[in-house]
Design a protein around this ligand. Structure first.
Ligand code: ARG
Length: 459
């Protein structure tokens, strides 16, 4: 019984177990649209080069249009014994248009075909992700803009350090996400190159016009070495590395949201529609979305490890190992897209509790550096000022008050340089306004950065 394209050579049918072990159609059918797109570009070029007739080309176009319709409507019958998406579509094409279908594979191998499909698919997914990054950054900019004047304690070592604008804090993530988007745009350039024409591994004897196919598919160039073209998956590894870093950034934001929503912080609230309750504790509202995003980061980093290990030690050229590139790559794309989409929405559902944040900033002597800077401006060397303020903080701690609550006489006891104007310096707002330097937390700077980001995203 002849069921495989190569079975004339084989004297017994493939074992059922091996069939299931080697088949990829259950997951790679997801590439169907790219597969058809690649085939149509290949057929168009074959016709233009006189390798197949115009009639065959027309028949292939007709068949592929029908197959597209069948797959879209869910009528297409995917067959495990046809192994993968490529053989399933080609077999159906031949069923529909006869010999023209059999001519499609001229000068082509599944090795360059699959590499092309994955690249086309990934390129388009990167474009979707780019759009999601724009939305997420815009949502963060909106939240930042509403809260330029909201003050929270900035931390180092998770100890209260200096007051910062909540808007400024959000812009830190906008910077990270902008770089993530930029990295993906850079990866895209290397994804978007054409393997077709490499055939199985050595190129082909047919007069293919590879540049033409690349142009038709909107690719930026052709892979220049046939062995490399069919065998390397560095573009998928690179994408997953960029996605891992992107998820790591999301996980940092997630961690902060989870902390901030805890009763001990109480800095923010996240809209109910993004939270879940507890089946036992009636009072609970849990930030499941950021927690899950933090968890899913591990999953994407795991895929990076999987893919990079998959490639390690593979001899040239194509090896079946590479069929294992798809599931981790697909899951990476799905996870990143879902996460970005839900975050873009959730950010709009964050309520900032300004009073609680300010109270926390006042509890931690966040303006101690400002007092030191004040003394420096009055002529004290910074190291001496640092020492003086340490004494003042110690006294304030003992009295259970903020620096700004110490009487002028007490402050002057630490340094005669202290004057009435010190209280402006010791206020949270005074501290913020003082950091009016490019990249600093002064509201004026934060507003300028928001405008810059808005122009960047619009441009
Ligand atoms: N399903 C295969 C893959 O994902 C397609 C290429 C198979 N080529 C081959 N000669 N077996 O890599």
């Amino acid at each position: 019984k002849k069921s495989q394209a190569w079975s004339a050579l084989f004297s017994e049918p493939m074992s059922e177990l091996v069939k299931r072990y080697t088949a990829s159609v259950n997951f790679d059918r997801r590439l169907w649209r790219a597969d058809i797109q690649g085939s149509l570009a290949h057929a168009e070029m074959l016709a233009a080069q006189g390798v197949i007739s115009a009639d065959d080309h027309a028949a292939i176009q007709r068949g592929m249009a029908q197959i597209t319709q069948e797959i879209e409507s869910g009528q297409f019958e995917w067959k495990l014994e046809l192994e993968d998406v490529h053989l399933n579509i080609e077999a159906r094409l031949t069923q529909l248009v006869g010999d023209a279908g059999k001519r499609l594979h001229t000068g082509r191998s599944r090795n360059d075909q699959v590499a092309t499909d994955v690249r086309l698919w990934l390129r388009d997914e990167i474009d979707v992700i780019a759009g999601l990054y724009t939305e997420l950054q815009q949502a963060l900019l909106d939240l930042a803009e509403k809260n330029v004047d909201a003050i929270l304690p900035g931390f180092t070592h998770l100890q209260v350090a200096q007051p910062v604008s909540f808007g400024h804090h959000m812009l830190a993530y906008v910077e990270m996400f902008a770089r993530d988007a930029e990295r993906l745009a850079d990866v895209r350039r290397r994804v978007n190159r054409l393997p077709l024409g490499a055939a199985a591994l050595a190129g082909t004897s047919y007069p293919l016009d590879r540049e033409r196919v690349a142009r038709t598919l909107g690719m930026e160039g052709v892979c220049q070495n046939s062995l490399d073209a069919v065998s390397d998956r560095d573009f998928a590894i690179e994408f997953t590395a960029a996605a891992s870093l992107a998820m790591v950034h999301v996980s940092r934001l997630s961690e902060e949201l989870v902390l901030w929503m805890s009763q001990s912080f109480g800095f923010i609230d996240i809209a109910d529609r993004f939270c879940t309750g507890s089946s036992i504790m009636p009072q609970k509202k849990n930030p499941d979305v950021p927690e899950l995003a933090r968890g899913k980061t591990g999953r994407v980093v795991g895929h990076l490890m999987g893919l990079i290990t998959l490639m390690k030690g593979q001899p040239l050229a194509y090896n079946k190992d590479n069929q294992e590139d798809k599931e981790p790559l697909f899951d990476t794309v799905d996870t990143l897209k879902d996460t970005l989409r839900i975050f873009a929405e959730m950010v709009g559902g964050i309520t900032v509790k300004r009073e609680a944040m300010e109270r926390a900033a006042l509890r931690g002597y966040a303006t101690a550096t400002d007092l030191a800077d004040y003394l420096v401006k009055k002529g004290l060397p910074f190291r001496d000022a640092h020492e003086v303020v340490a004494h003042a903080v110690k006294t304030a701690i003992q009295q259970g008050v903020d620096l700004s609550e110490l009487p002028l006489a007490t402050l002057q006891g630490f340094s005669p340089l202290v004057g009435e104007d010190v209280y402006e310096v010791l206020s949270l707002r005074g501290s913020l306004n003082a950091r009016n330097i490019l990249g600093g937390t002064a509201p004026e700077q934060v507003r300028a950065q928001i405008a810059r980001h808005r122009a960047r995203l619009a441009g």
